[in-house]
Write a protein that binds this ligand. Structure first.
Ligand code: ACO
Length: 439
């Protein structure tokens, strides 16, 4: 018997099998040989939410959820947050290595060159109701880029892929900023290539009548750090969506719109918006105790707490908390910070949260920074999607060039009706409404 293998006895048949173990995994397809009858389909694994399924090999991001470690391409997130710029980190995440000075200059120049939006996209953004949710506008505008760049469907061409990657990183920021300006009923500020990526984003969002807008360096640094922290997070829901859609060889704009749509859910990237709304609802530190009790009665979830992978403190949250203090020095302290601190303090000493390993995640404090910058909470998830675009394209590139990857198409356990004959409409009995199973 091989030491690096798993022995299985199928008690239905008495047969035994030996499955190789590689990198702490067995191959799901190796289970197929395990059959109760020679002509049955073979054994599958059942994993709703894919909690214990590795769907790919990936060299991009390392997360150790038990020890609270996050690294991009081997570099600790703390070092990148302290020393790198968002565009430099994006290059690292996408291409695998930190750029040389010349590579970085070229990359920055390419991104700047692609930052303008075609007037069709500008008109599209303007066509939405001013108070349409910014994430819906962002997703639609991103998807629409495929109408302008039909060449993006040639996903097998590496030169073409690189061009689309540059367009995505550049235009995600402009679309995000224009989405905000439309939401506020303000005219658009077109990109200015004298500024950094982050400085330019701040300008596109906040420039009013100044001829020369200069971003506040503290806010620029804070946003730079937030963008680095959000750049990638391995196989999360949005990234998985990017890979699944991309696996059909759909163009990257369509895939990225799908990834952004996944991010839009409150259990994922829209948690930052939900946290702020929750803090506003609680209103004061004195009301935190009662709120925590309602969470423990499972009437609601404490948004910004808990993570599928982190079972100790989310390292991004620690950095964001520090950055928040720096931002508040400039913008003034939002009283909701005290509500957040009290929530964290009480939750971290309550057995309900401790026993379930529920700690603040990346979304718990980021919204407070965005609110301090005067952004509406509905824009917070857009501020997550812009930098996460870099992780999405990195995974898209990795997936397309991985010879093991194929069309993503899981199996199911069919639990519906056995075969039955069509009944003419006049002979049918009433049945429960289709959206109320078990009613
Ligand atoms: N508040 C209260 N209880 C919680 C929370 C929470 N935020 N999160 C998990 N739990 C409880 C569950 O009720 C469950 O309890 P039980 O064992 O008694 O049934 C237990 O903890 C495990 O929860 P699961 O939902 O099984 O854990 P899962 O890994 O599927 O969930 C998730 C992870 C979705 C992030 C969850 O923690 C959650 O809903 N958090 C709030 C939303 C949030 O902040 N999302 C952002 C995540 S970070 C990101 O996506 C960028």
């Amino acid at each position: 018997m091989n030491g690096n293998s798993l022995s299985i006895i199928d008690n239905r048949t008495g047969r035994s099998y030996e499955l190789p173990i590689t990198d702490g995994t067995i191959r799901a397809m190796d289970l197929r040989q395990i059959k109760s009858l020679n002509d049955d389909f073979g054994l599958m694994s059942y994993d709703p939410g894919l909690s214990n399924t590795a769907s790919t090999r990936s060299a991009i991001t390392f997360v150790d959820g038990e020890r609270g470690i996050l690294r991009y391409r081997g570099y600790p997130i703390e070092e990148l947050a302290e020393r790198s710029s968002y565009l430099e980190t994006a290059y690292l995440v996408i291409f695998g290595e930190l750029p040389t000075a010349a590579q970085l200059a070229t990359w920055e120049c390419e991104i700047s060159r692609h930052s303008l939006l075609h007037t069709n996209i500008v008109e599209l953004i303007e066509a939405f109701r001013y108070d349409g949710h910014p994430m819906s506008v962002f997703i639609s505008a991103i998807a629409s880029l495929s109408t302008l760049y039909p060449d993006s469907r040639r996903v097998v061409d590496p030169v073409n892929r690189r061009l689309q990657v540059e367009r995505i990183i550049a235009k995600a920021a402009t679309i995000g900023a224009f989405t905000y300006r439309h939401n506020q009923g303000m005219p658009f500020n077109h990109p200015d290539d004298e500024l950094s990526y982050i400085g330019n984003l701040l300008r596109m969002m906040f420039r009013m009548t100044e001829a020369k807008y200069r971003p506040n360096p503290v806010l620029e640094r804070a946003l730079n750090i937030l963008f680095i922290l959000h750049a990638d997070h391995e196989q999360n829901c949005g990234t998985n969506a990017m890979r699944v859609i991309g696996s059909s060889q759909a163009d990257p704009y369509s895939a990225l719109a799908g990834a952004a749509a996944a991010l839009y859910g409150p259990l994922h990237g829209a948690a930052n918006e939900a946290v702020l709304l929750q803090l506003e609802e609680i209103g004061s530190p004195s009301k935190v105790g009662a709120f925590i009790e309602s969470v423990k009665r499972e009437e609601r979830r404490l948004m910004g707490f808990g993570h599928r992978v982190y079972k100790s403190y989310d390292p991004r949250c620690r950095i964001i908390k520090r950055v928040a203090e720096e931002v508040f020095e400039v913008t003034g302290r939002n009283p909701l910070v005290d509500v957040a601190l009290e929530l964290e303090r009480i939750a971290l000493q309550d057995d309900y949260f401790v026993s379930r390993k529920l700690y603040p995640n990346v979304d718990f404090y980021s919204g407070l920074i965005y609110r301090a910058m005067k952004l509406p909470s509905s824009l917070f998830t857009v501020m997550f999607a812009i930098p996460r675009s870099c992780g999405w394209v990195a995974h898209w590139l990795e997936m397309l060039t991985d010879p093991e990857q194929k069309l993503s198409r899981p199996r199911q356990i069919y639990s519906g009706s056995p075969e039955r004959s069509y009944v003419p409409v006049g002979e049918r009995r009433p049945s429960p409404a289709p959206d109320a199973p078990g009613a």
